[in-house]
Design a protein around this ligand. Structure first.
Ligand code: THU
Length: 161
């Protein structure tokens, strides 16, 4: 038997250590938490995308009485960006969340599996990695590709090896 160990590179920052552009993107994600419609979970998530042309697109989670009909903040932002600016690759995705008491999470939020898969498709579609910033009041995690959060992933190429 052999083992395969897949390394994951996570950079850990304080807000002040990040560039002004990334600080602003995280602040946009924090602000976007206010736009969440989280009637059922009361967990408010905000996402902010930086497109290649410098534009910012935000998203927030949107829930529904028929639970699966809702959508995460990340995919709300991504699908809005792709719908409005389909020629623009996504350079960076920032995510922040508030717990049911309205406080920003102490530890970085971690995107769900479906959102990871969607971001991976973005990397594949635009042939450009997406930098990911995950906000926590204690620490900010940065990853330089969604591949770090979704190893052994399934992409188009897997069907046409
Ligand atoms: N949620 C997001 O919007 N993004 C995540 O990364 C994790 C979870 C939303 C989905 C649902 O509206 C609520 O948070 C609780 O799961």
């Amino acid at each position: 038997m052999k083992h395969i160990n897949l390394p994951i590179d996570i950079e850990v920052y304080t807000m002040e250590e990040l560039s002004q552009v990334e600080q602003q993107l995280l602040k946009a994600a924090i602000d976007a938490t206010q736009n969440a419609y989280a009637k059922y979970s009361h967990f408010r998530v905000g996402a902010a995308l930086l497109l290649n042309d410098g534009r910012t697109v935000i998203g927030a989670n949107q829930e529904n009485a028929a639970y699966p009909s809702g959508l995460c903040a990340e995919r709300s932002a991504i699908f809005a960006a792709q719908s409005q600016f389909p020629d623009q690759p996504i350079r960076t995705l920032a995510v922040a969340a508030r717990n049911t008491e309205g406080h920003l999470l102490a530890n970085p939020i971690s995107p769900c599996g479906a959102c990871r898969q969607v971001v991976l498709e973005i990397e594949d579609r635009y042939r450009q990695p997406v930098r990911i910033l995950l906000y926590g009041t204690n620490a900010i995690y940065a990853l330089n590709s969604m591949k770090d959060l979704l190893p052994l992933s399934f992409v188009d190429e897997c069907m046409h090896p």
